[in-house]
Design a protein around this ligand. Sequence first.
Ligand SMILES: [Zn+2]
Length: 584
Amino acid sequence: MEIGTSAAARGADDWIERVRASSDIVEVVSQTVSLKRVGRNWVGLCPFHQEKTPSFSVHPERQFFHCFSCKAGGDVFKFVQESEKLGFLEAAELLSRRAGIAIPERRAGERGTRTPLLEALDAASTLFEQWLGDPERGRAARDYLEGRGLSREIIREFRLGLALPGWENLAQRLHDRFAEDVLIQAGLVARRDSSRGGLYDRFRHRLMVPLIAPGGPTLGFGARALAAEDQPKYLNSPETPVYHKGSFLFALEQARRHTDPDGEMILVEGYFDTIALHQSGIRNVVATSGTALTGEQVKMLKRMVARVALTFDGDQAGQDAMMRSLGLLLAEGFDVAVVDLPSGEDPDTLVRRGGANAWHGVRRRAADPVEFVQRHGLRAAKGGDARERALQLVVRLATGVRDPVRRQVLLERASNVFDFSMAVLTRAVEVRGAGSHAAPPSGAPARETRTGEGHLEREFLQAVLSAPHAFEGMRHDLSPEDFRDPSCLELARRLWSETPGAGGDVAVVLERELMATAREGTEWERVLEAGARRLIRRRLERQYKAAQQRILQLQRQGLTTDPETVRLLQESQNLARSISELNR
Ligand SMILES: [Zn+2]
């Protein structure tokens, strides 16, 4: 089928109407609500509020629903959006699948790529599941999962699987059904460097955790090494046309049915933490893909819950990320609780030993944001007055809160907890707010203005983190020595290192910060390319300057025809040529 842009748009409109026509609202609603016929309409107990006498009715002729008590109402799409906690397109896709109607390609630029990628990812997920179930080849991995206390039911629900050892298991099974480019773009395989070409599996001998979006499609994988010597321990799918880690929340598909608009979502860090909590019966749990919370993720949560419980494991690097997440969530009007985990525990170990009650225990002792700052801001010894620093952190958080009532409540709490003048706190927020002109928009946390070299280096590293696949192609054109800013240098060492997880706290903190402040929709490949050119040019200019200075020195000493001088003249000519080529 040939599709032009306008035809594609028309096709999408047709598709919505076709889905609407084949989705009878009474039939759809009656799958979750028990309905009784009353005259022309159907009535039942409203699924959107608690009630004992039915005030919820569905009108088959006009194809809409309405609740007289809570005023919920709308068409079949709206019903699925509200009851399944989905966006409009996701709801349409769900109804489309249910009605057996093919989902058209919609997004410009992703036209023609999305569906094959999702099909390839689903096929891979199915194979991984089969391999895990294989009596022989899957045994060790199953034993491992059993050792972690995971039941068969939860393994099936999360579609856990196994990537076999070896380089081509997946590539061989899928290459007949999917184009090479599709498999590469889906992040499942990579092309061999050697001239004979061919594909090899990205995931080998790993436990596979599919990254499932609401509605069921698999967008990518998180993969845990099964052999201790395999590094890194966790390997994620790269960013692909369907998987953007900054806008993905793990287990949202499983959690969304267990949330309500006034309720809470628990946010943890690891996939297995999430799965363990779900298995223990605590179902309102999601995780980020090992990154700090982003503005997009916060918006997704906003559609579902009013409160977020963050978990904190006490490590110094995590404290910074926690403050950032707190800032984003408070700015968006969430109630936030911070759950302190006992030292050495994570949610997985916690519920494995103590079940859901162990979680409820730590949840009850959770801190509000001000208490969190007090508990941990005071502990961090970075010099200066600890109480003052903690108060400054609270002021910073409060400045981001746009709702004046919420801001006031936060400050009153701080005034009590720190026994500090409310008037001064209010004034501090005013001053800070005026200094930054406006509260930072969500998704773009307040950032110190940086100019010049530091800015260039940070932006480039952000692009490296956001488009790792594109970075691989230029890894050898640059090196950590190209970075001047001390924290950028440390993060660069980490990113260029062959040892995963290399680098100290400074690198970890900067990485999380850069991930958190990466703007969605940026063309990272371009930023990478432009940044690499500027970094290389800067290096060449430095070398040129150094060569010129040395030449000058030698000439002052009368060594104008000295071999060293001649060599340096030649070198600086070459450098000048390279620089002018880069400037073109
Ligand atoms: Zn209602």
